[in-house]
Design a protein around this ligand. Structure first.
Ligand code: GLY
Length: 361
């Protein structure tokens, strides 16, 4: 699979990707390298990763492996916080890491967000590499320089832009995922299809089972994201398109994080996409047939979640923390038509309640 090379970073794939990664490590002559995992990726992905480094270059792999340190955190969004960041910073200091050392984040979006944040703030920024192990990480979280942690139940409210030098996508890690995790990642792929310059809704209709998601579809999804962040890496303009489904999706995720009904990020985003597609029909004239198609397709894979009137009020209340706001009014990304997102759309509370009604009905 063809690598994607940009000024700030490269995205490399499979076994060829390990060759690039080994060359990068060799050429930079790091003294110490931290591999950050969660307990699941430590168990299921670390050996694959290490043996692939050895296979890529047996001569230098021993040298690389002698420089490695390991730190593993508990899996799940609840680890993406300041306490875990402090633990990792402490570990780096205790082990004598310096500014010219390296962190490799081996995991899903939680690990690449957290590890990218720790790396970008340690000594004002040390280099890091992302090795996404989930579908969501591959198509979205590991790419594009957004790093951060949750704070006071607000998703990603503390963070910095910091670009992984290399993102290594190894499709074998998809086999370590359960169906729920894989499905969650599919939500971000649907988002990319809806906002893409050449949207093909029938592409999502062709996916009958999660197994039908091909490496080609994943590659295409990555290309869609790259084509946007290439133009607007720091989200002053069109990168906002990538937040489609996320205004309500993040608020839902944040709210449910504070209850015992926690959802995976992608699961919350899937609901956000349905709600914001309906709002697109109400506010920016998106064709109602598309709204129905999107809802039907998403509900084929994702469980429908119940929201009481109080739940909806709590979600609406959290919208004031959305990072796209310039004041307390949430600004939505809505579709005028497929592939044509509009930014800074104001939506009224009653319309959001109607969107939830559409979702639940
Ligand atoms: N996940 C949205 C972005 O990277 O901008």
């Amino acid at each position: 699979m063809k690598p994607i090379k940009k000024d700030r970073f490269s995205i490399v794939f499979n076994q060829d990707g390990y060759l690039e990664l080994v060359d990068f490590i060799k050429n930079n002559d790091f003294n110490k390298i931290l591999i950050l995992t969660d307990d699941n990726t430590k168990e299921n992905c670390l050996d694959i990763f290490l043996s692939s480094i050895t296979a890529a270059n047996p001569e230098v792999s021993n040298l690389i492996i002698s420089k490695l340190f390991y730190y593993s955190v508990k899996p799940g969004e609840n680890s993406k916080n300041i306490d875990t960041s402090i633990e990792v910073w402490k570990f780096l200091i205790e082990k004598g890491f310096k500014r010219l050392d390296l962190i490799i984040n081996l995991g899903g979006g939680m690990i690449t967000d957290l590890g990218g944040f720790v790396a970008s703030t340690f000594m004002r920024g040390i280099k890091f590499i992302n090795v996404p192990t989930t579908l969501l990480g591959m198509v979205d979280a590991s790419i594009g320089g957004k790093t951060g942690i949750d704070f006071r139940e607000i998703k990603n409210i503390i963070g910095v832009f910091g670009f992984a030098k290399i993102v290594l996508v190894d499709f074998r890690f998809l086999a370590t995922l359960n169906k729920r995790q894989k499905t969650a990642g599919y939500a971000e792929m649907i988002k990319h299809i809806l906002i893409s310059k050449t949207p093909e809704l029938n592409k999502i209709k062709k996916v009958d089972y999660m197994e039908d998601i091909s490496h080609k579809m994943i590659y295409q999804s990555i290309i869609t994201k790259i084509s946007i962040i290439d133009v607007d890496p720091l989200e002053s303009d069109i990168r906002k398109f990538l937040n489609y489904g996320h205004t309500l999706g993040h608020a839902i995720e944040s709210y449910l994080l504070s209850t015992d009904r926690e959802l995976l990020h992608g699961e919350a985003i899937a609901i956000g996409i349905i709600l914001e597609t309906y709002l697109s029909y109400l506010k920016t004239g998106l064709d109602y047939d598309i709204v129905n198609d999107v809802k039907k397709h998403i509900n084929t894979y994702f469980d429908i979640i119940k929201f009481s009137v109080t739940d909806i009020s709590e979600v609406i209340n959290l919208l004031k923390y959305d990072k796209k706001n310039s004041d307390e009014k949430p600004k939505f990304i809505l579709l005028e038509k497929l592939g044509k997102p509009l930014v800074n759309q104001i939506v009224f509370e009653k319309e959001i309640r109607d969107a939830f009604k559409f979702y639940i009905d």
